[in-house]
Design a protein around this ligand. Structure first.
Ligand SMILES: Cc1cc2nc3c(=O)[nH]c(=O)nc-3n(C[C@H](O)[C@H](O)[C@H](O)COP(=O)(O)OP(=O)(O)OC[C@H]3O[C@@H](n4cnc5c(N)ncnc54)[C@H](O)[C@@H]3O)c2cc1C
Length: 316
């Protein structure tokens, strides 16, 4: 029986694990994949992060290395390669977490499962699906394959702007098209983009068609207001327009799902006793999907879990 079991070893789960150790909790961390780091490792290990407290800039993979080192200080039990598929409240301060390999028992759980099961949001444009794996990307595990190539980025959020800036100087030519009149990215990064050599097609520019035979060789972008079309030569297209998440498994555990997240109170408690959540998986008014926000939520969740455990000890 553990005090706190953290589900998901992304940046938020790693920080929750560290914090649970700091509060001298018997801690277990369970992660689906063979490695820790969440999306920082699976989607953008080589990207520079500029908005984590205390770091002017840091590579995603390096941040994960540091978070892991911090988390392991108190020797938590780490279970990799196991997806938590079920959660049951067996009694007061007894929670069962099921995985295909067996059951785990814990007094409290902190769910830090990111956006759960997700697929990249796609566009219904001719050629897109056909060229997946042949020039269509939804994220970039490595920038090197795009060295010297012409790249089109589609999107206007933080990820799209970051990809464009990361590739500027690596790719031979970067174009970014964004279809609304407002950026969804941090202002300073947008200004950096606008003064970089990235060719910015904004506002109202969207992808209309992907061209090529075996591999992407071009794209048609168009201005959705004026109807003006432009054909550009590109070797790769990075579609960065968000994720579609599937919260159904968490709903089946009995958790209260609102929109795309687990609803939490200000202390990060969910509707289930002893079950807390933190990071991209949670929702509340004002929630932002950033590592820094998730780290704060992880500390709040662990503190609340500890208090809940101790309230049981007092009652015995
Ligand atoms: C391209 C891109 C660039 C970004 N850039 C930045 C940036 O510069 N700065 C910033 O602050 N944020 C950035 N973000 C957002 C940031 O990545 C997220 O806010 C952060 O990853 C959330 O951390 P998390 O631990 O909540 O989730 P995740 O990183 O998604 O980690 C969740 C982990 O839980 C595991 N998991 C899920 N379900 C289960 C289960 N049932 N059982 C066991 N394990 C499970 C997953 O395998 C995963 O490892 C970016 C996001 C993207 C996509």
């Amino acid at each position: 029986m553990y005090d706190i079991t953290v589900v998901g070893a992304g940046p938020v789960g790693l920080y929750a694990t560290y914090y649970a150790g700091l509060r001298e909790c018997r801690t277990k961390l369970i992660e689906t994949y063979p490695q820790v780091g969440g999306r920082l490792i699976s989607m953008y290990p080589e990207k520079t992060i500029f908005d984590v407290a205390g770091h002017r800039s840091i590579l995603a993979a390096e941040l994960v290395r540091m978070l892991e080192e911090q988390a392991m200080q108190y020797r938590p039990t780490v279970v990799l390669n196991e997806r938590v598929t079920g959660l049951r409240i067996l009694g007061e301060r007894v929670i069962e977490l099921a995985t295909p390999a067996g059951n785990h028992y814990t007094q409290t759980a902190v769910i830090a499962a990111g956006c759960g099961a997700f697929v990249p949001r796609k566009l219904d444009v001719p050629g897109l699906i056909d060229f997946e794996g042949n020039g269509i990307h939804y994220y970039l595990g490595s920038f090197e394959p795009l060295r010297g190539k012409k790249v089109l980025i589609v999107g206007g959020g933080n990820s799209a702007v970051d990809w464009a800036l990361s590739l500027d100087g690596i790719a031979s030519e970067v174009t970014l098209c964004h279809r609304t009149y407002r950026w969804q990215a941090h202002e300073a990064m947008v200004h950096r983009l606008l003064s970089s050599s990235v060719r910015v097609k904004f506002p109202y520019f969207s992808l209309k068609e992907v061209l090529g035979e075996d591999h992407v060789t071009g794209a048609v972008i168009w201005n959705e207001r004026s109807g003006l079309e432009e054909r550009i030569d590109v070797d790769a297209i990075v579609l960065s327009i968000g994720m579609l998440t599937n919260m159904e498994p968490f709903r089946q555990w009995g958790l209260n799902i609102v929109g795309n997240g687990i609803a939490v109170a200000p202390d990060m408690s969910t509707n289930l006793p002893g079950v807390y959540a933190a990071g991209d998986i949670v929702t509340y008014p004002g929630k932002i999907l950033l590592i820094t926000a998730g780290s704060g939520e992880a500390a709040t969740a662990v503190n609340a879990a500890k208090e809940y455990i101790e309230s049981g000890d007092l009652g015995r």
